[in-house]
Write a protein that binds this ligand. Structure first.
Ligand SMILES: C[C@@H]1N[C@H](CNC(=O)CCc2c[nH]c3ccccc23)[C@@H](O)[C@H](O)[C@@H]1O
Length: 442
């Protein structure tokens, strides 16, 4: 029987995270919009590495922040804009330049499935306010202008046709069409943001459009919810759950209510006692940054390490893809997705459908990282940051048979004190972590 949420926090607090969100582990985030036309940001820091202050916003590595990076009136993106487009070129002028001739949503969805992703979260309206979906509440949308397509609907259908869950991202508190003062410190995201009831109603109405028209399995709001809309938030969330039974929401509405917590690069915190999600780009940006080349984005090994360490600590990894304006997925991003998919095709049993083991991740004296997951009574052990060539590692408090999931790993194992010593003879074929199954080991 479907629960009816009644617009109260009490009823919402009874909501439980559906099993699918615990099982799926790996998702693809998609930041694609007007900002993909200029596709420019300086290559500076990961979020959380430096204070989110004036220096951050004048040297913002997020290419999707292009409008604000120009609006602050100084820094590399401002200089780039003046040099490339001229002082009189307005951000809205990118609309007529945004042609999506290479947008093939079926191909995107196929690539994401080959990558081993189980869900997708697409940006529908970022902070710049341009909507990638038809909206009754603004003509500043991709059906009316520029691409002249329902970019969100097309991908939603393609993703679901591939058997993956489709989530939608909405920039709740920030919309630079309603509040366009430059953001130069983090509090501006909340104080200088859209401080009107008109905007709060707009955000509520558009969120309902997205819920009603696409029934997204994830409603991923960003940064926060408009202050003037805090009274309507329990009604919006109730409307969402009442219409999307499997729906989940993140912790970026009022910072309190959530199905899952979020981390972004090095910002935020997680604890393995509650469900959380790590989101980041392959490089320092979410939107495509044309100057961020292959040597500047994460290696496949590091991405698999991030997936393994996240999943073994009760998290999901939402890895971002920044398509080029025309709809092409950059080669360097596609290459990494396919490699991750190859690793998951062999080792996915240790990832998908698992839960947190009571055993915590550890690092042995040689620096090998040991991560655990469990599935019913079975234990999975994943070795990461392993040296080239032969090495051995002791897994404490373990007994019984241990079996590598990749049959190209050559190894022996023996009882060693209260644990098991694994002697790896060779492993050059596997990219990234080496996974073992210990039947009945949990
Ligand atoms: C996925 C990315 N999100 C960015 C906003 N992120 C943040 O402000 C991180 C800080 C933050 C805000 N609310 C939170 C709640 C929990 C954890 C982090 C945050 C966006 O500014 C960025 O362009 C991209 O869309």
């Amino acid at each position: 029987m479907k629960k009816q949420y009644n617009g109260t926090w009490e009823s919402l607090n009874s909501h439980e995270v559906p099993a699918w969100y615990h099982d799926c582990k790996f998702g693809i985030f998609i930041h694609w919009g007007l900002y993909s036309v200029p596709a420019y940001a300086p290559i500076t820091w990961q979020l959380g590495e430096v204070p989110i202050d004036e220096n951050w916003y004048a040297n913002n590595p997020y290419a999707e922040w292009y409008f604000n990076s120009v609006n602050v009136g100084r820094g590399p993106t401002y200089e780039h804009h003046i040099k490339t487009y001229g002082i009189d070129f307005k951000y809205e002028d990118f609309v007529s330049m945004w042609k999506v001739d290479n947008y093939k949503p079926d191909k995107w969805a196929e690539l994401f499935r080959k990558a081993g992703a189980a869900y997708v979260v697409m940006v529908t309206k970022h902070h710049d306010g341009f909507c990638l979906f038809p909206s009754k509440y603004t003509d500043y949308n991709a059906m009316k202008k520029g691409p002249k397509r329902d970019l969100v609907g097309d991908l939603t259908n393609a993703v679901r046709a591939q058997g993956m869950k489709m989530g939608l991202y909405y920039s709740g508190i920030l919309d630079w069409r309603f509040a366009h003062d430059p953001i130069i410190e983090q509090n501006d995201n909340f104080n200088k943001a859209c401080p009107t009831y008109e905007y709060a109603d707009y955000a509520y109405n558009q969120s309902c459009e997205l819920i009603d028209n696409y029934k997204p399995s994830v409603f991923w709001n960003d940064i926060g919810w408009p202050k003037q809309g805090e009274q309507n938030l329990p009604y919006l969330l109730s409307h969402y759950y009442n219409n999307v039974e499997e729906g989940v929401v993140n912790d970026r509405f009022n910072g309190l209510y959530h199905d899952f917590r979020t981390m972004e690069y090095k910002y935020g915190e997680s604890n393995r006692m509650e469900k959380w999600e790590m989101n980041r780009g392959m490089g320092l940006s979410f939107g495509y940054n044309a100057i961020e080349e292959d040597d500047k984005i994460m290696s496949v090994e590091d991405t698999i390490s991030l997936l393994v360490s996240t999943v073994s600590n009760n998290g999901n990894l939402l890895l971002n893809i920044g398509p080029k304006a025309d709809g092409t997925i950059p080669k360097e991003q596609e290459k990494r997705l396919l490699s991750i998919g190859q690793w998951l095709a062999v080792n996915g049993e240790a990832i998908y459908g698992t839960r947190c083991s009571k055993r915590e991740s550890a690092i042995d004296e040689s620096g090998v990282q040991i991560h655990y997951t469990k599935k019913k009574k079975d234990l999975y052990v994943m070795l990461d940051k392993v040296p080239q060539g032969a090495f051995e590692v002791v897994i404490p408090d373990l007994s019984g048979e241990i079996r590598a999931l990749d049959d190209k790993i050559f190894y022996d194992f023996e009882a060693f004190g209260t644990g098991v010593k694994i002697k790896i003879h060779s492993h050059q074929t596997s990219i990234g972590s080496i996974a073992f199954k210990v039947p009945g080991g949990e």
